[in-house]
Design a protein around this ligand. Structure first.
Ligand SMILES: [Cu+2]
Length: 510
């Protein structure tokens, strides 16, 4: 079933665009890579000591979703938005049968998990895409407890309603809490202003009409029609003037008419009810396509306990910033009243919200209420330290791979090392190595960079993550131990940047 049952040949520096330093693929010898379904992958899976098997059925289909007022035609997992959470215990085996009733082929990617390579869901690399009307069985051991999620890894499908949480519970959970809520953030346009493919087509077409290498704002020669973030009649999907200090400038490319928490618009929010004094664990997931969210709970401070599923030394904050694909777990002890849980679309106009109610009689907060906490302390990567038991041991890198993040909004030529994604080009690593990835952002936009199959450590603090924001002009070094053989993607989790070409592959040498 795999197309990788053959030798891959590295191509030497094929392209260097705009003076970008090409350093990733500097060898030209031929290399043989571990196959996604090969013996080494099976051995790595056996070493996870697979526990009992849990069966799930995942029906991907076209359906209607009620966003709490607007009702849209979209693509969904099952009959709800987000899709039904998959919840297993650490060490259990997820056996999920994808039934594809979409009009197009698809795959499922299990975001953040160190899973067996052939279950990773990358079309043309770890599996063939599942055709319309087809089925595919994903089976993998959930090796680390934490907050994860799943979505298609095919075209722009992630920006429809195809996403759901995957929670891996720790049977020896060290945290004490009374309740647990999963809060999924999303930016929404599908079935309202167009489809994700319309958006990509517009961004690409617009690039064809502009010249030059991108202006200071990253929007190249485009006129700026208004000072507030908005779209225009001519380019209904393109976001103009989305600016954020936290994101180092340009906040996003895409205009969304709605922002959602758990599938609901702000005017019709989900309400979480509990008693005052109750301690809640909130699992935050950003499932957006092109929007970072700044999250706060009015009247409360949050204690951050996990980043991307992995524990941190607990630290208090008023708000958190989540790029696409990022997750945080927080603990909060609820006060008496009714409080807005707000996710501000960072740098864009609009917000998503839920309500937290511990008193029946308390007045409901205004729909557009923006709690002060949003503009107070916002803990970032530098204030987060990994819990002692998940800190990577000190070790020098055996190999450093430089990934220049390149491209401009004007040309919409997002790429890595100036080269558009090519599944035949694979950067070799070896089992057992400590690998450093050096993300050098040469562009004028931020990029949430995601590595499949591993949880890296930020070089500066050791914070364990699988998706990390790289600000414009900045370099972010991350380290990981090559302990999960296979072919793995590194890509920007902005779905439009990824589709434009900001993706590449790492491969374990056979
Ligand atoms: Cu990007």
């Amino acid at each position: 079933m795999t197309s990788i049952d053959r030798r891959f040949f590295l191509r030497a520096g094929v392209a260097a665009v705009g003076g970008a330093v090409l350093s990733a693929c500097s060898t030209s010898e031929s290399t043989t890579f571990v196959q996604p379904g090969g013996a080494q992958v099976r051995a790595a899976e056996a070493a996870r000591r697979p526990g009992s098997v849990r069966e799930f059925r995942l029906l991907a289909h076209e359906g209607r979703a009620d966003l709490g007022g607007p009702t849209v035609r979209t693509w969904l997992y099952g009959d709800r938005l987000p899709g039904q959470v998959i919840r297993v215990a650490n060490g259990e085996v997820v056996r999920a049968r994808l039934v594809n009733r979409l009009p197009k082929e698809t795959t499922v990617h299990w975001h953040g998990l160190a899973l067996r390579n052939d279950a990773d869901g990358v079309p043309g690399v770890t599996q063939q895409p599942v055709p319309s009307g087809g089925e595919h069985l994903y089976e993998f051991t959930a090796a680390h407890p934490g907050t994860y999620w799943f979505h298609p890894h095919h075209g722009t499908q992630l920006d429809c309603g195809l996403y759901a949480p995957l929670i891996v519970e720790d049977p020896a959970e060290p945290l004490g809490y009374d309740e647990e809520w999963v809060v999924v953030l999303d930016d929404w346009m599908d079935g309202v202003t167009g489809t994700p493919d319309d958006v990509l087509a517009e961004l690409t077409a617009m690039a064809g009409m502009t010249t030059g290498g991108g202006g200071h704002d990253g929007h190249g020669g485009m006129a700026m029609p208004t000072p507030t973030p908005t779209a225009s009649a001519k380019w209904p999907h393109m976001m103009m003037n989305a600016e954020s200090d936290l994101l180092g400038g340009d906040a996003g490319d895409v205009y969304y008419p709605h922002f959602l928490i758990n599938g609901r618009v702000a005017a019709a929010p989900e309400t979480f009810t509990a008693k005052p004094g109750v301690r809640v664990r909130i699992r935050l997931i950003n499932a957006g396509g092109d929007t970072a969210f700044r999250v706060a709970l009015g009247g409360h401070r949050l204690t951050v306990t996990h980043a991307d599923g992995f524990p941190v030394e607990p630290v208090e904050t008023d708000a958190l910033l989540l790029g696409m694909g990022e997750r945080y777990d927080v603990l909060v002890t609820l006060k008496d009243g009714a409080f807005p849980l707000v996710a501000l679309a960072e740098g864009k106009r609009g917000l998503a919200r839920a309500l937290v109610r511990t008193a029946k009689s308390a007045r409901t907060p205004q729909a557009d209420a923006r709690p002060d906490e949003l503009n107070s302390r916002i803990v970032g990567y530098d204030q987060l330290k990994p819990a002692q038991d998940v800190r990577l041991p000190q070790r020098a890198a055996d190999r450093t791979i430089t990934l220049n993040l390149t491209g401009t909004m004007a040309k919409y030529d997002w790429a890595i090392n100036g080269r558009k994604y090519d599944p035949k080009i694979i950067e070799p690593i070896r089992s057992g190595e400590r690998v450093r990835l050096s993300f050098v952002n040469q562009s004028l936009m931020w990029h949430p960079m995601h590595l499949h199959g591993h949880t890296f450590a930020l070089a500066r603090t050791g914070l364990r993550k699988d998706t990390a924001i790289v600000l414009p002009g900045a370099t972010l070094d991350v380290d990981f131990d090559a302990d999960n053989p296979g072919l793995w993607m590194i890509h920007c989790h902005n779905v439009y940047h990824a589709e434009a070409g900001m993706m590449s592959l790492l491969g374990y040498q056979a």
